[in-house]
Design a protein around this ligand. Structure first.
Ligand SMILES: NC(=O)c1ccc[n+]([C@@H]2O[C@H](COP(=O)([O-])OP(=O)(O)OC[C@H]3O[C@@H](n4cnc5c(N)ncnc54)[C@H](O)[C@@H]3O)[C@@H](O)[C@H]2O)c1
Length: 436
């Protein structure tokens, strides 16, 4: 089938590349000319493992192309996907639907024959109907259906998540649209990955409920971690013991500096607003948002305590700034709260991250970027691990400690063993949810 994808960000690009790998003819559209030029040169504008290779394979096979011209992309398309951003609207926490609605109107104007307008962006309940209205307003005679097809991929493992999903959720209202969607996802259906068909509202709700639940799980374990520190329990043992319960599961039970990223912060806020708007408050989610902010502040206090109450003129090495490993995405990363607080408290901060510099440089003023962990540690009074990139997981702790002026470590991802860190020469070591 010929398909058009509007928006070539983390979701749109991965969707386009993977659908072309299924055998469809995919044209990806973005109004960002620089991005399209880059894509045409075969370069991915984002860091996502495996993406560039799969892009090259499908471009070479003639199934994948990139354009800024929506009308050209939609020529003969059986479906057009909306995969544009839905950031938090400034001021009120709602999802900002400006980009989605603009895309819907553009699609309406470009529609010729029948097509399914598929919303892949994460959007509040009711948005797919608004998309249908916008398309109809732009083109009253257009023949189309809408479908809600939320995306659950994780950055850093996006290709695998798209190709091997836990489930595909499709909200549709009639058989014609259902048939088109079934045809698009046929390769997954044939490999027996579950496809959940629902109405539009349920599909929209599934996405927010799933993200809010995961954010809640992380926040729950972070709160338990704070209590562990007070009572002398070890959060790693607690998470392990809890996670082995099949009803709970071991995923999203790792204590750390709070959730961040392009989805959880904005989607929890949007769900809280949806609840308020419908007089059905999301009290748990509202608390999760508040507790997550407190977790980040607690990390700042932890770091300051480790330096005897003052960071003035202290040299601090920060390892990792992206919101998680294997991505260059800095959106709402805990580093954006924690690093400026360190700079504000008078620390001289040196930062390294395998992929974060390109995005991070503008977002973290007043820090010095260095190449790796050992360079960051040189002469430092404190080392802070903020993102658990693989290359930070197996550092030579003795070498690291010897390079530092004061061998102190705040391991906010619990990747080292406290006894090993001390044996390697770290006089001070703190982590999350582990006493001492
Ligand atoms: N990033 C994730 O891990 C993830 C996972 C699941 C769902 N989502 C959801 O998917 C959606 C997209 O997220 P993202 O992270 O890919 O966003 P993004 O900001 O990385 O990309 C959005 C792209 O859309 C383009 N765009 C905006 N308006 C356009 C228009 N009218 N025409 C053409 N191009 C346009 C932008 O230039 C940009 O390249 C969001 O709703 C998000 O919540 C994201």
């Amino acid at each position: 089938m010929r398909l058009a994808i509007v928006g070539t960000g983390y979701v749109g690009l991965v969707t386009g590349v993977c659908l072309s790998d299924f055998g469809h003819d995919v044209v990806c559209v973005d109004h960002d000319e620089a991005k399209i030029a880059k894509l045409r040169r075969g370069e991915a504008p984002i860091f996502e493992p495996g993406l560039e290779a799969l892009m090259a394979k499908n471009t070479a096979a003639g199934r994948l192309s990139f354009t800024t011209d929506l009308a050209e992309a939609m020529e003969g398309a059986g479906a057009v996907f909306i995969a544009v951003g839905t950031p938090t609207r400034r001021g009120d926490g709602h999802a900002d639907l400006t980009y989605v609605m603009a895309a819907a109107e553009d699609i309406g104007r470009a529609l010729k024959g029948y097509a399914v307008v598929v919303t892949k962006s994460t959007v509040p309940v009711g948005t797919n109907r608004q998309v249908a209205d916008a398309v109809r307003r732009a083109n009253p005679g257009a023949e189309f259906d809408v479908a809600s097809n939320p995306e659950f991929l994780r950055e850093g493992a996006a290709i695998d998540d798209f190709m091997r999903p836990d489930r595909v959720v499709i909200g549709v209202e009639n058989d014609r649209a259902k048939k088109v969607m079934a045809e698009i996802y046929r390769p997954l259906f044939l490999r027996e990955f579950p496809v959940v068909y629902t109405g539009l509202e349920s599909a929209e709700m599934i996405k927010y409920a799933a993200n809010a639940f995961l954010a809640t799980k992380i926040t729950f374990i972070n709160e338990i971690a704070a209590l562990c520190e007070r009572v002398g329990a070890d959060i790693k043992a607690v998470s392990k013991g809890m996670g082995m319960d099949g009803r709970i599961g071991n995923k999203f039970l790792h204590a750390g500096p709070g959730y961040g990223g392009s989805c959880f912060p904005k989607d929890t806020k949007a769900l809280a607003r949806i609840g308020q708007d419908h007089a059905s408050p999301m009290q748990i989610v509202e608390t999760v948002i508040k507790v997550n902010d407190e977790v980040k502040r607690r990390m700042i206090d932890k770091i300051i305590d480790l330096c005897d109450g003052s960071l003035r003129d202290k040299s601090v090495a920060v390892l990792g700034v992206t919101f998680k490993p294997n991505t260059d995405d800095m959106r709402d990363a805990p580093a954006l709260t924690i690093v400026p607080a360190l700079v504000g408290a008078g620390a001289k901060v040196r930062v390294c991250d395998p992929q974060g510099r390109h995005e991070g440089e503008a977002l973290l003023p007043g820090v010095k970027w260095v190449e790796g962990a050992y360079q960051a540690a040189h002469g430092a009074d404190l080392l802070v691990i903020l993102t658990e990139w693989n290359e930070f997981r197996a550092l030579d702790l003795g070498k690291l400690a010897r390079k530092m002026a004061q061998p102190r470590m705040a391991d906010l991802r619990n990747i080292y063993d406290p006894d090993e860190a001390r044996a390697a020469g770290f006089t001070h070591y703190v982590s999350v949810g582990r006493a001492g």
